[in-house]
Design a protein around this ligand. Sequence first.
Ligand code: ADP
Ligand code: MG
Length: 161
Amino acid sequence: MSAPTRVRMVRSSSPEETHAWGVRLGRLLQPGDFVGLVGDLGAGKTHLVRGVAEGAEVARAEVASPTFAIVYPYRGRIPLYHADLYRLADYDELYATGFLDLVGGDGALLVEWLDKIPEAAPRAFLRLTLREVGEDARELVAEAWGERPTELLDAWLPENR
Ligand code: ADP
Ligand code: MG
């Protein structure tokens, strides 16, 4: 895979801080945006997604942890699709779910466990890697490939801190 166009790193010291980042990102998302989330169990992927959903004006009650379905559609300011690739074996299985029809469509996609099937990502996308670095501390590495994801990342996390 080619080097990302832009990389930013931030640290969170609480679940609330991670949530707040999500809210900021959710306010910026546009139809067609693809955000992959990578990180071990408990890294904070779902936490971040809940913040994104709030920022995209999705009713709180709608937001689930996509454990049994591959994709949960949420209705917010724009359609938001929350997917989890954890249980899928490979690209063919993903293809069969119809998920790929959503890519570049009417909404923004948030895809947990993208590293399980990296080919699921379009050419331009944002990848967020979360890592537990202490009980309440998380490190977030955000990498953008392509023009729009780079603009999105610059607007979301203006500088390394
Ligand atoms: P994942 O979806 O990556 O498995 P979750 O978001 O479901 O992770 O869970 C993250 C867990 O880590 C939650 O129990 C949360 O309270 C805890 N946590 C502690 N510190 C943080 C932090 N800074 N950011 C996010 N979650 C945190
Ligand atoms: Mg999760």
